[in-house]
Design a protein around this ligand. Structure first.
Ligand code: DX5
Ligand code: ZN
Length: 240
């Protein structure tokens, strides 16, 4: 993107790239989490994806608000720019802990609508705290709830694996759901991010983008390799 000024073309550095890569620290080395966050930001991460699991909504257990708070100072670029922490709640119930994560520095909080008895209220509670709110859809779940809350949210997160574990294979039907979600976003006229989570790698990210996604979670594909920058660069090259 560039803007004209008196015959000179000035690069418009305000225009962010439309795509965001959000490494999931679920696949990072938990013994060195702060360093892992810094390293993956240095390698080009746009967001840090923070997977919260409760051994109730999903059959796995990860980390809570205290870990988010501890990582917050590490979520910055070398020149001090804050990097958003993208909290993906796989917990039920949602409300009490959503607030705790916002207090701990979350920039976005997404939850699964089937994990909240009152989805609209949960969204409003997140927004009222000045945080961005997202809704997350499991592979076998329809998008119908968006009929009633799309105007209130900032993010739609499509699961392309069943939630609970990293390193699973991409479920192809997610592509159709991404297309449907993109149509809903366009119809809404709202500025809503469309994020996809699970099984994303450099060799399938283009297909996922072509279906309409603009934000890509990747855990094992990045943290499973020694050179994080090489993986993120390969993803960006596939998206270019
Ligand atoms: C799964 C998590 C994902 C997970 C993705 O429940 O929500 O964020 O870390 O891992 P990969 O990229 O390895 O499929
Ligand atoms: Zn996730």
């Amino acid at each position: 993107m560039a803007c004209e000024n008196g015959g000179f073309v000035i690069p418009d550095t305000r225009m962010p790239t439309p795509f965001r890569i959000a490494p999931s620290i679920l696949s990072a080395d938990f013994a060195r989490l702060g360093e892992e966050v810094r390293n993956v930001i240095h390698a080009g991460a746009d967001w840090i994806h923070f997977d919260v699991m409760d051994n109730h909504y999903v059959p796995n257990l990860t980390f809570g608000p205290m870990v988010c708070q501890a990582l917050k100072p590490h979520a910055r670029t070398a020149d001090g720019r804050p990097v958003p922490i993208d909290v993906h709640l796989m917990i039920a119930p949602v409300d009490a802990l959503a607030g705790a994560f916002i207090d701990a520095g979350a920039d976005l909080v997404s939850f699964h609508p089937d994990a909240s008895t009152h989805v609209h209220r949960s969204v409003q509670a997140i927004k009222a705290r000045g945080c961005q709110a997202g809704l997350t859809f499991n592979p076998a779940q329809p998008l119908d709830v968006l009929d009633w809350v799309i105007d209130d949210i900032d993010l739609i997160l499509i699961m392309s694996v069943n939630p609970g574990f990293g390193g699973q294979g991409f479920i192809d039907s997610a592509l159709r759901k991404i297309e449907q979600a993109r149509k809903r976003i366009e119809a809404s006229g709202k500025d809503i991010r469309l994020e996809v989570d699970g099984g994303i790698k450099a060799d399938n990210i283009r297909r996922v983008a072509d279906a309409g996604a603009d934000t890509f979670v990747a855990g094992s594909a990045i943290f499973g390799k020694p050179d994080y920058k090489a993986v993120i660069d390969a993803m960006r090259a596939a998206l270019a």
